[in-house]
Write a protein that binds this ligand. Structure first.
Ligand code: OGA
Ligand code: MN
Length: 292
């Protein structure tokens, strides 16, 4: 078990993503390999393994090597039908699927396109990593797209970096998968929300990354409303430029795992009448800060 295991890292795009070749994730990997994978995340943001076969327990055992397994967030009552599912019975596992069971969603996130977002950005302690395993796939579409928010931060004009320094933004769990909800006249106290720095210092790499997303970031604190909207719209378009985006086309048996603190992700359209199922688990992160 403690014999060294060698693997190859094959970068997939200039924006990030790397395929890890030579590992069987259903096995207990040596601690050294786990540390090497953690370092690979700092360079490549999204790691991809092909042709994996693992049970739910094996997936949780592998992911759990990187930290404490995250709990699926229980949505507010009015969102429950849409974002929780009747086949979700393990608190550490989310079924990302459009499959229905007796007329009710089996899992979460339903059909079609999803705007780019951070997983649980509305929580005080967002997840550090998310792991997806491809179990059932449509004949086309449903690609997962990742934007590298280190690169997006680095490429900002200095003037914008200065403007954003020290600012925080409101992230809120109120969305329609591909539309923002207008919260201007809404009491948000009942919706999970949190203020995070707009530019975070990544706790492991020490690099700065933009930490806002089109789906759930609604407001920059301490800036007039119209200006906040203008800046956020600029940032969303900036982050989602092709040069910062890596797109993963799923195959059965793929495992895709990403660092949530330096990326946003979403997915492309897929046909509603075809079933798609990804088994998801997460790792708890830490509170996020911006170093001067
Ligand atoms: C997620 C997610 C994207 C997809 O599981 O957090 O955003 O491709 N999934 O389904
Ligand atoms: Mn997500």
């Amino acid at each position: 078990m403690d014999m060294p295991v060698s693997f190859e890292i094959r970068p997939l795009s200039p924006a990030g993503g790397a395929e890890i070749i030579g590992l069987d994730l259903s096995q207990t990997l040596p601690q050294q390999t786990i540390e090497e994978l953690r370092r690979a995340w700092n360079d490549h943001i999204v790691l991809v393994w092909r042709d994996q076969e693992f049970t739910e327990e094996e997936q949780l055992a592998f992911a759990g090597r990187f930290g404490k397994l995250g709990q699926r967030k229980v949505p507010p009552e009015e969102l429950k039908e849409r974002s929780d599912g009747v086949l979700q019975n393990n608190p550490n596992v989310m079924l990302v699927t459009n499959i229905m069971k007796d007329g009710k969603p089996a899992g979460s996130f339903g059909d079609g396109e999803m705007w780019l977002h951070i997983d649980s950005g509305y929580a005080e302690i967002p997840y550090s990593y998310t792991f997806l395993y491809g179990v059932k796939l449509p004949s086309w579409g449903g690609n997962t797209r990742f934007a590298n928010t280190y690169k997006a931060y680095d490429a900002l004009p200095q003037e914008m970096k200065d403007k954003l320094a020290g600012k925080k933004a409101l992230h809120i769990h109120e969305y329609e998968r591909r539309a923002r909800v207008d919260i201007s006249n809404k009491d948000i106290s009942q919706s999970p929300h949190w203020f995070h720095p707009v530019c975070i210092t990544h706790p492991e790499s020490g690099r700065k990354a933009l930490f806002v997303d089109r789906l759930m970031t609604r407001r920059i604190e301490g800036v007039p409303y119209d200006e906040s909207e203008e800046i956020l719209d600029f940032l969303y378009d900036h982050i989602e430029q092709e040069e910062f985006v890596f797109e993963h086309e799923w195959k059965l048996g793929d495992v895709v795992a990403w660092d949530n603190r330096c990326s946003t992700h979403g997915r492309t359209y897929f046909p509603e009448n075809e079933e798609r199922l990804l088994r998801r688990c997460t790792i708890d992160g830490s509170k996020l800060y911006e170093n001067a």
